[in-house]
Design a protein around this ligand. Structure first.
Ligand code: GUN
Ligand code: ZN
Length: 373
């Protein structure tokens, strides 16, 4: 098997710790995967990302097929030597990006037809072409191409999208099985905010030989209560012995909630995106570094953090960099936020390991809860 999931402990709350064994190493779960959409980070080098303790990065098939294109990955022998990362990589299929494409796209049973943002060339992203591109990228974990829709779509429309997702999942598996590359493939549970559809989607996909299961179609317009309820509904129908990945989620509070519901893997642009906007996550809550109150503060961003930014620089200096729009400011806040997310996952895993996640959850939730969530 391309990845193997070893379940270590299930806490009384239902939160789980485990180890995800990949061909690039074995990594503890619950885990958070920073997002390197274009095979890179805007403000971080791979050395810095590695130092945060991140073990798996997410990259996007949609972006990488358009630029630099499959030939480049084939020439370089995959994304790892290309971007200088020796850890594991998970590629998203492009399913999420299709739905934010401009008006002139055409989505049929075959796939998504659209024009390249870069050179206006005709493109087809189908279940088969997504797998072929993910094979060129040579990620450890590939995702099926799915149909992601707005959470507020009615039940009939949601069912239609879900059923196409299921047919595409079958085609993705068939495409993967044509070439033995040693890569894993995850199915994606869809079904919007409709509990019966979530059950049906999980029931359909878990009959297929996927290496793990993702929960998709969340953080796309639903309420927080709906998100938590749908996560719980999906994990309840997923097998214990396979990894569960909640796509595109979320804030630290979202992660605490999803772990409580048995999720093992996460990715999100929030830590890097918020850094660019001048926000730092700390174990004392969210810090907007440009606030006047921090101008004269000579203490670190977060006294509980061990990143090099917190060891070396003050809040006052970071404010100066951010107010001056110096790239270095975004870079330093990114280093810190990505490390904070890894530290958060460490604390979560530690709590679950000693069957004390209920307490960890309460403590962290009150420490980090912010109106920005
Ligand atoms: N990223 C966040 N949500 C989704 C989803 O529903 N599908 C895919 N492919 N990627 C996502
Ligand atoms: Zn820090």
């Amino acid at each position: 098997m391309a990845v193997r999931f070893e379940l270590l402990n299930t806490d009384p709350t239902g939160a789980r710790t485990g180890i995800l064994h990949t061909r690039k190493g074995s990594f503890p779960t619950p885990m958070f995967m920073p997002v390197a959409t274009h095979a890179g980070f805007r403000h971080l080098g791979m050395e810095e990302v590695k130092e945060t303790g991140a073990k798996v990065l997410l990259a996007n098939t949609y972006h990488l097929m358009l630029r630099p294109g499959p030939e480049v990955f084939e020439r370089f022998g995959g994304i790892h030597p290309f971007m200088g990362w020796d850890g594991a990589v998970l590629t998203d299929s492009g399913g999420f990006q299709i739905f934010s494409l401009p008006e002139d796209r055409l989505i049929t049973e075959k796939g998504a037809h659209f024009r390249s943002f870069y050179d206006n060339s005709r493109q087809l992203l189908s279940p088969e072409s997504s797998i072929a591109m993910q094979q060129a990228i040579n990620s450890e974990i590939m995702m099926v191409l799915d149909v992601c829709i707005d959470s507020r779509t009615d039940e009939a429309g949601t069912r239609e999208a879900m059923e196409r997702t299921h047919r595409w999942a079958v085609r993705s598996l068939a495409a993967k099985e044509k070439r033995a590359t040693g890569q894993a493939l995850f199915g994606i549970v869809q079904g919007g905010v409709h509990p019966a559809l979530r059950d049906e989607s999980a029931a359909f996909l878990t009959k297929l030989p996927f290496d793990g299961f993702a929960i998709g179609g969340l953080a796309v317009g639903e309420t927080k209560v709906e998100r938590d309820t749908m996560t719980e509904r999906a994990t309840a129908s997923l097998p214990q012995d396979k990894p569960r990945y909640l796509m595109g989620v979320g804030t630290p509070t979202d992660l605490l909630e999803a772990v409580l519901r048995g999720v093992d893997m996460f990715d999100c642009i929030i830590p890097t995106k918020m850094a660019q906007q001048g926000y730092a996550y700390t174990f004392q809550g969210l810090v907007r570094i440009t606030r006047t109150a921090y101008r004269l503060e000579d203490g670190p961003l977060d006294p509980e953090c061990d990143c090099y930014v917190c060891k070396k620089y003050s809040r006052g200096y970071l404010q100066h960099l951010m107010r001056g729009k110096h790239h270095l400011g975004s870079r330093f806040l990114s280093v810190h936020n990505v490390r904070h997310y890894q530290k958060l996952m460490e604390r979560i895993r530690e709590g679950i390991s000693r069957n004390g996640y209920a307490q960890t959850y309460r403590e962290l939730k009150s420490a980090i809860a912010t109106p920005k969530d």
